[in-house]
Design a protein around this ligand. Structure first.
Ligand code: ADP
Ligand code: MG
Length: 726
C-alpha cells in the first residue's frame, strides 16, 4: 500500500544520515577482474596471447576462453561469489542479466563448481521478451549474448558480471553495444588512415567519452506517495513552489549531509567496480545533482554509465532516497541531461582534438576538428534523432537546455582561425604564404586553446578546448545511441577527406600539407552554416536557423524519422555499423517506446485526475457549500450582497472539475482512435499530435485546484515537499 502524503512526510523527517568516516585507498577496481588479477591465475604465455587478441581485436579461441574462464571462476570463488551472469544492454535502454550459479552436478551426483569457456563466451537468454522492432518472429526468438572481452568482468552483489553483446540467431544486433563496437572499429580505421599524414607510429585510434550524469534525489517515502513519480519518473501534476531555483542558491552549494552520505557510499561502490567517478556537485534545481567520471574509451565509459545507473537506485534506496533520472521530473524547474564529452585518442596518448607541439601537430588538430564539424553538418538531423525520446522532449527547448536545432559552438578565437584559413590560396601555396600561415595562425593555436575561456551554455554541441561536448543528450539515455552516430558520421567524413586529399596529391601533384590546406579551406566554407555562437535559447536563433535550412524538430517521433532516411541508412550500411534491417528495427522500437510512454502518462494522469484530484476538490467544495448554506441562514436577504467571494471559490472549483472531467474523457477517446493505428511510426506521430496535448491541458486545471483546495485534504505531496525535504 502507498503511504498517504501525510504518513510519508512524517516518515521522511525521521531519517538519520550516516557519513562514512574512512575510505581505503586500495578500493579502486577492487571488484573488477582487471589484468593484474588475471595475471595471477594464468601463465605468461596465455596472458600474452589474450592481450594480443584484445589489442588486435582478432577474436579469442576456445582454449584461450577456457583458460580465462577458469581464472575468472577461481577469482570469483575466492571472493565467495556464487553466481555469474552475462550482462547486456537490450533496446529497453537499461541493463539486463540472467543469473546462473556456478553450482553443477558431476556424473556421480557430487556438487561441483563449473564455469568454462563456452559459458563465458555465450549464453542464450530467452530473448522473446526484449524489444526487437520486428527483427525476429517469435518462432525464431532465440537471442545470444556473447562475451565482450574489451570490457572487464566485475563482481556485484556476490555475482560475477560478464559484459556481453546481444545478437539474434541470425547475427543481427539486438542491443546498443554491438553497433557501438562496430562504429568504434570504423572510426579506428578511418582516423588511423588520416593520421598517416601526421605520423606513422599509431596502431589504434579510439573514441573517448566522459559523461556528466545529472539526477534528482527525492525522499523515498515522499516519492512513493506519488504514483506519477513511481510509475513515470516525473510529476504529471504539481504546482511550482513559490521558491524554486530563482535564487540560484543550490548550484555548487553545500551538499546536504544526507545527500553526501548517499554520494560517498555510491562513490565507494563505483570505485570498487572501476567506475572512475571524479566530480560530484549540486546542480541548478533544488535536490538536483551531478556525477562525472574521468573519461575512458567510449565502450568502457558507456558500460560504466549503464552500471552506475543500475547501482544508483539501489544505494539511494538504502539512504531512503529515490533517484530520478527523468529529463524533466518537475515543471518549471531545470531538467537533467547527460553531457557527452567526446574526443579521439591514439594508443600513443595523443588527443586528436588537442593541438600538437609543432605546426604539423596543429594542422593535425585542425584536420580532425574541421572534419568532425563537417560530419555534424551533413548529419545534424540524425544526431537529433539519436537523442530523441519522450522524456527528453520535455527538456529540450525549455530555456534551460538546447532547442531541437543542431548547431556547433567553437568560440571566437577558433572562429577567427577558421576565417583566416578560409582565405588561403587555392592550389599550391607559396613559401611566403606557408610561413605566414604557420607563424600567424597555425602556430598560435596552442596558445589560444590554453585560454579557451569561452563558454556558451546554450549550445547543444560545444568545443571545450580539447573535446566536443554534446549537451542535448538526455539523462535517461544510453550514451551508446548518440556515440554510435557520432563515431559513424566522423568515420564517413574522414574517409571522404582522405580520398579528397589523396586525389589532390596524385592528380594535381600537390604536396601533402598544401593538399590538406586546400580541402580544409573548402570545408570551412560549408561548415559555417552550422556554427553558431549566439544565444541558442532565443527566438532569433529559431528564425536564423530556419534561414540556414537547419532542421528544427518539434518532437521525438518527428526527429526519429531521420534514422530511416536514405542518407542515414546508406551511411550505416556503408560504414558496416548497421544493416538496413537493424536500423529499421531500432526505429520501430524507439517509436513504440514513445507511444507507450505517452500512453502510460495519459492513463495515469486520467486516473489521478478522476480518483484523487476531483474527489479532493469536491470534498472541499462540499465544505464550502455547507458553509454557504449556514451563511445564508445568518445573512438572510443580505446574503447575495455580502457573500460574493466565497461563492466564487465554489464556482472556480466547479469550473476546473468540469474541465478536467471533460478533457479526461476526450483524451480517452483520442487514445482509442490512435491505438487503432498499427504501424509503430504512424502510431507514435499520432500520439504526439492527438494525445500529448491533453497532458498539459489537464494538468493546468489540476494545478490550479492544488492552489485553492484545503491543504489538509490535498492527496498528492507538493513540490516543496518533494524538493526541499533533505
Ligand atoms: P567541464 O568544464 O565541462 O566540467 P571537465 O574538464 O571537468 O569540463 O570535463 C568534463 C568531462 O569531460 C569529464 O568527464 C572529463 O573526464 C571529460 N573529458 C576531458 N577530456 C576528455 C577527452 N579528451 N575525451 C573525452 N572526455 C574528456
Ligand atoms: Mg561539461
Amino acid at each position: 500500500m502507498n503511504l498517504t502524503r501525510f504518513e510519508a512526510l512524517k516518515t521522511s523527517l525521521q531519517k538519520r544520515p550516516n557519513i562514512l568516516e574512512e575510505i581505503g585507498d586500495d578500493i579502486f577496481k577492487k571488484n573488477v577482474f582487471s589484468n593484474d588479477k588475471l595475471r595471477h591465475y594464468i601463465n605468461q604465455n596465455t596472458f600474452k596471447r589474450y592481450n594480443e587478441a584484445i589489442s588486435k581485436n582478432t577474436g579469442i579461441d576456445r582454449d584461450l576462453a577456457d583458460d580465462i574462464a577458469s581464472a575468472m571462476k577461481a577469482w570469483a570463488l575466492s571472493k565467495n561469489v556464487t553466481h555469474y551472469t552475462h550482462w547486456f544492454q537490450p533496446l529497453t535502454g537499461r541493463t539486463a542479466s540472467k543469473h546462473d550459479s556456478f553450482f553443477d552436478l558431476s556424473g556421480d551426483g557430487d556438487a561441483i563448481f563449473k564455469f568454462d569457456g563456452s559459458q563465458l563466451a555465450q549464453q542464450e537468454p530467452d530473448a522473446s521478451s526484449f524489444p526487437n522492432g520486428g527483427i525476429r518472429t517469435t518462432f525464431e526468438a532465440r537471442g545470444y549474448t556473447a562475451w565482450d572481452p574489451s570490457s572487464p568482468a566485475f563482481i556485484f552483489n556476490k555475482t560475477l558480471y560478464i559484459p556481453t553483446i546481444f545478437v539474434s540467431y541470425t547475427g543481427e544486433a539486438l542491443d546498443y553495444k554491438t553497433p557501438l563496437l562496430r562504429s568504434v572499429s570504423a572510426l579506428d580505421k578511418a582516423a588511423k588512415d588520416v593520421y598517416t599524414y601526421f605520423g606513422k607510429d599509431v596502431k589504434r585510434v579510439s573514441a573517448t567519452l566522459g559523461w556528466e550524469q545529472e539526477y534528482f534525489l527525492v525522499d523515498r517515502s515522499i516519492a512513493s506517495s506519488r504514483p506519477d513519480v513511481t510509475q513515470t519518473g516525473r510529476t504529471l501534476i504539481g504546482q511550482t513552489p513559490p521558491k524554486g531555483q530563482q535564487l540560484d542558491d543550490h548550484y555548487f552549494g553545500t551538499i546536504s549531509t544526507r545527500a553526501t552520505a548517499f554520494m560517498q557510499e555510491l562513490e565507494n561502490v563505483a570505485w570498487s567496480l572501476g567506475i572512475p567517478i571524479k566530480t560530484r556537485h549540486n546542480e541548478v534545481a533544488p535536490n538536483q545533482f551531478e556525477f562525472a567520471p574521468i573519461f575512458e574509451e567510449v565502450n568502457i565509459s558507456i558500460d560504466h554509465n549503464s552500471l552506475l545507473m543500475e547501482i544508483m537506485p539501489k544505494i539511494a534506496s538504502k539512504h531512503s532516497f529515490r533517484v530520478l533520472f527523468h529529463e524533466k521530473p518537475f515543471d518549471n524547474l531545470n531538467g537533467s541531461g547527460k553531457h557527452n564529452n567526446w574526443s579521439m585518442a591514439t594508443d600513443t596518448g595523443v588527443n586528436l582534438l588537442s593541438p600538437g607541439k609543432n605546426p604539423m601537430g596543429n594542422l593535425r588538430f585542425l584536420t580532425f576538428f574541421i572534419n568532425t564539424i563537417a560530419a555534424l553538418l551533413k548529419h545534424e538531423s540524425l544526431l537529433l534523432a539519436s537523442i530523441a525520446s519522450a522524456s527528453n522532449d520535455r527538456r529540450l527547448g525549455g530555456n534551460e537546455a538546447p532547442p531541437f536545432i543542431f548547431s556547433v559552438f567553437i568560440g571566437s578565437q577558433l572562429t577567427n582561425v577558421l576565417e583566416k584559413l578560409e582565405k588561403v590560396s587555392k592550389g599550391k601555396l607559396s613559401p611566403e604564404e606557408k610561413t605566414d600561415l604557420k607563424l600567424r595562425i597555425i602556430g598560435k593555436i596552442p596558445e589560444i586553446l590554453l585560454d579557451n575561456t569561452d563558454r556558451n551554455r546554450t549550445s547543444p554541441f560545444a568545443f571545450t578546448g580539447n573535446k566536443f561536448e554534446f549537451r542535448a543528450v538526455g539523462s535517461t539515455a544510453n550514451c551508446a545511441k548518440p556515440m554510435t552516430v557520432l563515431n559513424t558520421i566522423v568515420s564517413e567524413q574522414l574517409i571522404l577527406f582522405k580520398s579528397q586529399v589523396d586525389t589532390l596529391i596524385k592528380e594535381k601533384g600537390l604536396k601533402k600539407d598544401d593538399a590538406i590546406f586546400n580541402i580544409l579551406r573548402d570545408s570551412i566554407k560549408n561548415i559555417k552554416n552550422i556554427l553558431f555562437e549566439g544565444d541558442g535559447y532565443s527566438n532569433d536563433w529559431v528564425k536564423e536557423a530556419d534561414k540556414r535550412g537547419l532542421s528544427n524538430i518539434i518532437n521525438c517521433p518527428t526527429a526519429l524519422q531521420s534514422y530511416v532516411s536514405k542518407k542515414s541508412i546508406d551511411l550505416f550500411e556503408k560504414m558496416n555499423v548497421m544493416t538496413e534491417g537493424e536500423v529499421r528495427s531500432r526505429y520501430n522500437v524507439d517509436m513504440e517506446e514513445y507511444s507507450k510512454k505517452i500512453q502510460i502518462e495519459s492513463r495515469l494522469l486520467g486516473e489521478l485526475a478522476l480518483s484523487q484530484v476531483i474527489p479532493a476538490a469536491i470534498k472541499y467544495q462540499k465544505q464550502l457549500v455547507d458553509n454557504l448554506k449556514g451563511l445564508k441562514e445568518i445573512y438572510g436577504k443580505d446574503f447575495d450582497k455580502n457573500v460574493v467571494e466565497q461563492k466564487n471559490i465554489v464556482l472556480t472549483i466547479s469550473n476546473h472539475v468540469e474541465n478536467i472531467h471533460k478533457k479526461v474523457y476526450d483524451m480517452v477517446e483520442a487514445r482509442k482512435k490512435v491505438n487503432k493505428i498499427e504501424e509503430e511510426d504512424k502510431n507514435a506521430l499520432a500520439y504526439a499530435k492527438e494525445v500529448f496535448p491533453y497532458l498539459d491541458d489537464i494538468r493546468y486545471h489540476c494545478d490550479k485546484l492544488e492552489l485553492i483546495v484545503d491543504d489538509s485534504i490535498w492527496p498528492l505531496a507538493k513540490y516543496r515537499e518533494l524538493l526541499f525535504y533533505r
